[in-house]
Design a protein around this ligand. Structure first.
Ligand code: IDP
Ligand code: MG
Length: 153
């Protein structure tokens, strides 16, 4: 199984959508392997959004990401990175398909509800960025045989 990173962004916390978003992932059958609330800093955001640091919107993006603490989730499942990314929708909520989280919960390109890892490689780096090894739990929920066929896990 894979583990992927989700961040519930400050706008999601402020709008009271944390439970609704987490509910989607739980109902899908993803396993919560880790969860914590974190106040982001300029240092961690410079790492996390390094690919955007030369963009004109970088300062306002960082300001927005530090407005309240965020909730970090490590979600586990078969092909979890691809599944969670598909559930997320494209970056701009106005363009995201209805049925995706961004498509159903947002109207903004910047305030787009969640961050999700975009590849297996970045998921490993990002989990390591936000969680200590002993904050990620390896356990088998009793529901597992109802979520997957025997030959899938
Ligand atoms: P992603 O979150 O869909 O992977 P990235 O390109 O990695 O998108 O951008 C990271 C975050 O930066 C986005 O989720 C969004 O909050 C913000 N962002 C990206 N492009 C823009 C933009 O053009 N204007 C404002 N914010 C942006
Ligand atoms: Mg990205």
């Amino acid at each position: 199984m894979e583990t992927t990173l989700v961040l519930l962004k400050p706008s999601t916390i402020s709008r009271g959508l944390s439970g609704a978003v987490l509910d989607r992932f739980c109902k899908k059958g993803l396993i919560i392997a880790g969860v914590k609330m974190i106040q982001l800093t300029p240092e961690i955001l410079s790492e996390h959004y390094a690919h955007l640091k030369d963009k004109p919107f970088f300062p306002i993006l960082c300001e927005s990401m530090m407005r309240t603490p965020i909730i970090a989730l490590a979600l586990r499942g078969v092909d979890a990175v691809e599944v969670v990314r598909a559930m997320t929708g494209v970056t701009n909520c106005r363009k995201a398909q209805p049925g995706t989280i961004r498509g159903d919960f947002g109207m903004s390109g910047q305030e787009n509800i969640i961050h999700t890892s975009d590849s297996v490689e970045s998921a490993a780096i990002e989990i390591n960025r936000f969680f200590k090894p002993d904050e990620i739990f390896d356990y088998t929920p009793v529901t597992l045989p109802a979520i997957y066929g025997q030959d899938e896990i």
